[in-house]
Design a protein around this ligand. Structure first.
Ligand code: ADP
Ligand code: MG
Ligand code: ZN
Length: 413
């Protein structure tokens, strides 16, 4: 077996592993089943690509999107690695190249959609060719509690059995306990080794405050960030317009952004935010997906986010450049009550509502954390850490305000 560090350097051209990668690579090379949970961009693909190259044989990679497969195959072939994909967009030549390489034992990484593998003859053909490792990317797609449930993913446990109970690594960026439980139950026969890494963003300062005087609290925060780029999330379209006006009158360059605006106005505001410095984007959750501006210096929430995952995503838009960035989340009992009602009034199943309530309770618990905010947040994702020294509770200690009793009464009502 070739040394993993050598392959990292010689084949991929990287000088070092990123956090978590080496341990996962070594576990796979040890023959263990693995569930790896790392945020988007953390480098999950390497965790099955590198072990494949360190030994012999074929790795079958399950991926839900043809575009993703194509990017990965192109990147691998660029590194000189025999890779291909089975998907409905292939032409006859490409299909022949792929099947020949598999039959002749040259193929190292074969990508396939779960729909393809639901077809028994495809799986039987692969079983005969011999699969050494099954890598299931975007594994949260097996979970009905996720935002991305795909019924074909539920069949992958069966695919794994048909491939002779092959060693399996499942990868996802969704770290929620309910989702992890689903992944393990549906894809594995025995508990896999669980790795959770990279959720900490130490350059983000975390702070949460009970609403007392929302305007004073928000303006106080923004005053410390004059001339910096940042985002203020509001819970309604109306609130974004009002706050953007108020901030403009106070001398900020503030722009609203929400799904009710004309497409052209929205795109214009987004462009200004991306291209100029010192703009405050006052937005609903419609803003942010796919926005990659490295020097966002702050994110504030004028009201409680929708869930603990939403909170993490939204604050995560600050400080992508690694330089210090500041966050402030304001919450009120009204926000909690409203969110609770939204869950109860939705037409989700009882089981789904139970999961949504847990996610809300986890966010409320974070608002009222007794100690280090980051420890509480990362514990939710399954990471254990020391007190961070960069959150309001580490810096100022616990606030005198005690909302716990009232909030718990509300949530258990
Ligand atoms: P994920 O699937 O976790 O979102 P990817 O596997 O797509 O992330 O990797 C994200 C980017 O990081 C890719 O461009 C990849 O080449 C790069 N990358 C992965 N590992 C390393 C490393 N050890 N050093 C430098 N870059 C890396
Ligand atoms: Mg990925
Ligand atoms: Zn802390």
């Amino acid at each position: 077996m070739t040394d993993p560090r050598q392959i990292l350097h010689d084949v991929f051209g990287f000088s070092s592993f990123r956090e978590g990668q080496e341990e996962i690579v070594r576990a796979v090379l040890n023959g263990e089943d693995v569930l790896a949970v790392m945020p988007t961009g953390a480098g999950k693909s390497l965790c099955y690509q590198l072990p494949t190259l360190a030994r012999h044989g074929l790795t079958l990679v399950v991926s839900p999107l043809i575009a993703l497969m194509r990017d990965q195959v192109a990147a691998l072939r660029h590194f000189g690695i025999e890779a291909g994909s089975l998907n409905s967009a292939n032409d006859a030549d490409e299909n022949r190249r792929v099947t020949d390489a598999v039959r002749e034992g040259r193929m190292r990484l074969l990508y396939a959609s779960p729909e393809r593998l639901a077809n028994t003859s495809a799986t039987e053909w692969l079983a005969r060719a011999g699969v050494n490792l099954l890598a299931i990317d975007e594994a949260h797609c097996v979970s009905q509690w996720g935002h991305d449930f795909r019924p074909e993913y539920a069949l992958l446990g069966e695919v794994r059995r048909r491939l002779g109970g092959v060693q399996t690594i499942a990868l996802t960026a969704t770290a929620d306990v309910a989702t992890r439980g689903d992944i393990v139950a549906r894809l594995f026969e025995t508990e896999p080794r669980l790795f959770i890494h990279g959720f900490d963003r130490p350059n983000l300062r975390l702070a949460m405050q009970a609403k007392e005087n929302t305007k004073r609290q928000l303006f106080g925060f923004l005053d410390r960030h004059r001339h910096e780029s940042g985002i203020v999330y509001c819970s309604s379209r109306n609130a974004t317009e009002k706050l953007a006006d108020g901030l403009s009158q106070a001398g900020y360059r503030a722009l609203p952004y929400h799904a009710g605006m004309a497409q052209g106005d929205r795109a214009k505001n987004q462009d200004i935010f991306l291209q100029e410095d010192g703009i405050v984007m006052v937005a609903t959750i419609a803003f942010g997906m796919g926005i990659d501006k490295p020097d966002v210096r702050f994110v504030a929430h004028a009201a409680l986010p929708k869930s603990i995952e939403a909170y993490y995503q939204e604050i995560g838009r600050a400080g992508r450049d690694g330089a210090p960035a500041d966050t402030l989340t304001l919450y009120g009992l009204d926000d909690m009550r409203l969110r609770r009602l939204q869950i109860e009034d939705s037409d989700a199943s009882d089981e789904q509502k139970r999961v949504e309530r847990q996610r809300l309770n986890a966010l409320v618990a974070l608002c009222e954390a007794p100690r280090c905010r980051r420890q509480t947040l990362l514990a939710y994702f399954g990471e254990t850490t020391e007190p961070c020294g960069n959150c309001d509770l580490c810096i100022d200690g616990v606030m005198s305000f005690d909302g716990t009793v009232e909030a718990q009464k509300l949530l258990s009502a």
